[in-house]
Design a protein around this ligand. Structure first.
Ligand SMILES: [Fe+2]
Ligand SMILES: [Fe+2]
Length: 314
């Protein structure tokens, strides 16, 4: 059963979510911006605006998160990794798109919750959540509109149509968790674990597919590994969706998901390092691989919250 969250839980869960998701959204805007062709300058400008607006959400969340962030979130590598800053600098250099690295430096300096969350910031966090809901709704609509144009062959970009579906679904995920928080629908921002697993298994599988398609065909070994990961997550997703999953096999599936996600996170981390060292032939930017690594780290943290006997139903 859901219950009404304490002020501290609401504040911490909301801010933790923005620290992860506002950054993810602003990077989607960067990838889209980099993917449009010169004639679509209007879309480039709209993507630039979304990037700046999510930077504002992130900036506000960082400011409010001073000593409120959860320790496990800060340690998880879902907010920033050891390569995020370098990946941003390199991607800015390669694309000419400005990336606000000062926010990354500030996020790296965040300190964990000291158990003293000021009660008076609740209304500020509610306002920030509302602002993020409006912005993420507009951004989801923008992504859907671009996908529609691409699907109708009215627009060509350097991203695959399925990548627009992918980033659209991630915006909907952000919106869903935010709306649940705003409506006091659960104690902590972890939505149903089973539902999350199906969602993130699909996301992990798609990352592997995208990487396989963006690698140069000469990178045969890495292409093979990426396809293996895609198949592994597809199988896990089907198992999770299986009708009448007995509670006894849930723990086993969590372990399978954990080991697959740990392995794919390692694959993404080494890919980012290879790109940064200019040792990989591909169409991938280091920020894109680092981005997918942070999403894997987020999923890992969620998986690690599972305890035997707990089915994750809020
Ligand atoms: Fe993403
Ligand atoms: Fe993703």
């Amino acid at each position: 059963m859901s219950s009404v969250p304490m002020v501290g839980d609401f504040v911490r869960e909301s801010l933790d979510l923005h620290l992860f998701m506002a950054r993810i959204m602003k990077e989607h805007a960067i990838f889209m911006q980099a993917g449009f062709l010169p004639k679509d300058v209007n879309y480039v400008q709209q993507a630039e605006q979304f990037k700046c607006q999510f930077d504002e959400i992130l900036k506000e969340a960082i400011m409010l998160s001073d000593c409120t962030a959860s320790e496990d979130v800060l340690k998880s590598g879902e907010l920033v990794t050891s390569t995020t800053l370098l990946a941003e600098k390199k991607t800015q250099e390669m694309t000419g798109i400005h990336i606000e690295s000062s926010l990354t430096i500030e996020e790296l300096r965040l300190k964990a919750d000291l158990g003293t969350i000021p009660q008076d910031i609740k209304s500020h966090v509610q306002w920030l959540n509302q602002k993020a809901i409006e912005l993420a709704t507009a951004f989801a609509e923008f992504k859907a509109m671009i996908l529609d144009q691409v699907t109708k062959c009215c627009l060509v970009t350097n991203l695959f149509p399925s990548q627009f579906t992918h980033v659209y679904r991630e915006a909907l995920f952000y919106l869903k968790v935010l709306k649940r928080l705003q409506n006091n629908q659960f104690v902590d921002a972890r939505v149903d674990l089973l539902e999350q697993e199906v969602f993130w298994d699909e996301i992990m599988g798609e990352h592997a597919e995208f990487v396989a398609h963006f690698l140069d065909p000469s990178e045969k070994e890495l292409c093979r590994k990426a396809r293996d990961f895609a198949r592994r997550f597809e199988k896990l997703e089907h198992k999770m969706k299986g009708e009448g999953l007995p509670a006894s096999s849930f723990g086993q599936l969590i372990q399978e998901n954990l080991s697959a996600t740990l392995a794919v996170a390692e694959f993404k981390a080494s890919g980012t390092e290879l790109i940064l060292a200019c040792q990989l032939k591909s169409l991938l930017s280091p920020l894109l691989t680092d981005h997918t690594l942070r999403e894997a780290n987020y999923y890992l943290r969620i998986l690690q919250t599972w305890k035997p006997g707990y089915l994750g139903r809020g």
